[in-house]
Design a protein around this ligand. Sequence first.
Ligand code: ZN
Ligand code: ZN
Length: 286
Amino acid sequence: MGEVDLHVHTTSSDGTLTPSQVVRLAKERRLEAIAITDHDTVDGVKEALEEGERESLEVISGVEISANCKTGSLHLLGYFVETERGILKEKLERLKQARSERNPKIVNRLNDLGVTITLQEVVRASGGGQVGRPHFAQILVEKGYVCSLDEAFDRYLGQGAPAYVDKYRFEVKEAIDVVLKAGGVPVLAHPFTLDRSPEDLETLVGELTRDGLRGIEVFYPDHTSEQTAQYHRLAEKFGLVKTGGSDFHGALMEKTQLGIVGKNIRLSYRIVEDLIRTKHELISQA
Ligand SMILES: [Zn+2]
Ligand SMILES: [Zn+2]
C-alpha cells in the first residue's frame, strides 16, 4: 500500500505552491494520495483534482475550517467534502467576506501606529491567495519595522498586540455541521495546538464526538511521541478515524516536507480507506 499526506495547503490559502505544483510534487515523492485542506476555502480543489487525473495521483477534496471553541479556537478538517454543495459554498463565502473586512482594519491599525503599509502591498505579498497575518509580517520585516516574523507578531500582529483584529469564526458545532452537510468527514486537526491537559482534551473530544466529529489527526510533525500515543488512545476510546498529515505550506515553512509527518512515520493508504468507510456510514445514517 502506498503512502499518503492528508493535510496540505496551496496558494488558495497560505501555501506557496499552486494546487497543480503540489500534486506534481506529491507524484515526485511517490505518494499515492493527498488531501488538499486549505484554510476556509475549497477553491484549489478543482485544479488539484484535474492535475491528479493527469498525473494518476489520487486527490481528496478537503478543507480546514477555523472555529471557536470554549477556550479559544481550533482547526477542523473536512475530508471528501462535496465542493459544489450550496451550504458549503455559502458558509465559506461568509468567512471570505469577514476576512476581506479584517485586512483593511489591520492596515488602519498599523497606520495609526506609525507604520507605513498599504493593503496592495500585503495583497502582493500573498501572491494572489488568501491574505493573512504572515503576509503583514513579511512586509513589516521587509520595511525594517521589525527584524523577524516572530517580532512582527509580538509587537504588532499577535493576539493582544496593538494591531490585532479579532477574526470572525464559526462555532465548532456549526463547522462540524457544515462539513457533514457537505458530505464530508469532520476531523479534529493537530490537537496539540489546543494546549489542554489530557483530561480537558478528553472531555472536549467527547463533546465534539457527540456533535458529529468522526476523526482526529493523530500523526502530525509537531506531535511528540507521548502526544501521538495520547491521541491514539482518544481515537480508540471514541471510535474516531486516526488521520495524519504534514500541514505542508510550501517554502513558507521549510521544515515541513510533503508526505513527512515525523521520524520513521509514514502514513498508509489505509487511512484513506477508513475515511471512505466513514463517509459511507454517514451517508447510510442520513
Ligand atoms: Zn491548522
Ligand atoms: Zn493546516
